[in-house]
Write a protein that binds this ligand. Sequence first.
Ligand SMILES: [Zn+2]
Length: 241
Amino acid sequence: MEIVPNEQRCRWEDCSRAAGPAHTVYGRAYCPQHYFSGVERALLDEIRGVEGTCRTAKFHNLLKRYIEGLLDEMGAPPGLAKLTPSQIVGRGVFSLVTENRMLFSIERHPTFIPITYEFEVDIKNRRLNQLSWEPHYVSVAGFAQAFQFSTMQVRRLIRAGQLEAVRASQLQDLWYTLMLERSERVSKPWDPRLSGFTPRHAWLIPFTEVKRFSQLREPGVGQPGQGTAEPDQGGNRSGGQ
Ligand SMILES: [Zn+2]
């Protein structure tokens, strides 16, 4: 067996393997097998005693590497598909819950209706769990169904100013602008994601209104999005009118 000189050895206790040049965590070089543990230990050190949100550059750097490791290990949950670890850390809103558990939410725009996903980083068990997702708007039909109204009653509430709503066209225009900013290719107005299932004049109701109406009634009514099921990516959650 090859003897590795002391100064080139992995910094993990009792490990005599050679440290890899790409596996350094803030001055401590590890072998490939101990790199993730090294990241984890440094991350735990950085968040120890912190309450709420940690904003240090070191935290962000370690978290990115930690999430990278988790995604390599278990693959990305649906709500994080196509995002790089840097994008996850950059766009996510993180809060520490306990010493080895944190929650984060991330807003995504698979269609013109944004969706907020909630996740848990379980450091103890080395898991990244998707907890829930919530569309920011529901259709008139969806709202009617959740509260056992007719669609006509829902439209009457909107016209009477008792229920907040926006036109689909407003959201479609916002989404189009956002996609342009991100240099994603969409063509207006023929892109099916834009014009598809929702007429531009259709009303969409903010999810905050669903919550408000739920509170007016018994709790638990009209709560879509609990669990890990993936929402419809085709934009027809808001379908019909
Ligand atoms: Zn090692």
